[in-house]
Design a protein around this ligand. Sequence first.
Ligand code: SF4
Length: 76
Amino acid sequence: MTRADCKACRHFKTAPYQARIDGCFHPDHMKVTQKDAYLSEQETPGNHRVINRRGNCEQFEAMAQKRSLLSRIFSD
Ligand code: SF4
C-alpha cells in the first residue's frame, strides 16, 4: 500500500493563505466545524501529524491534477 502524504491530500490546508492554521479539514477529523462560510475563520482542523502518524490515513484523497496552461487555452 502506498503511503498517504498529507501534503498531497485535498483535505490538507496550510496557513496563512488557505487556513488560519495548518491541518486536516476532512469533516471526520476537524475539531471545530462551522456550517456558515462566514464563520470559517473559527474552524479548527484536526492534527494531521497525529491522524496520519503511520501514513495510512483512510480518508486520503489525492489532489486533483492542475491542467496545463496549453490544455486550458486550447480547450473548447
Ligand atoms: S490526515 Fe488524512 S485526510 Fe487529513 S490531510 Fe492527512 S491524509 Fe488527508
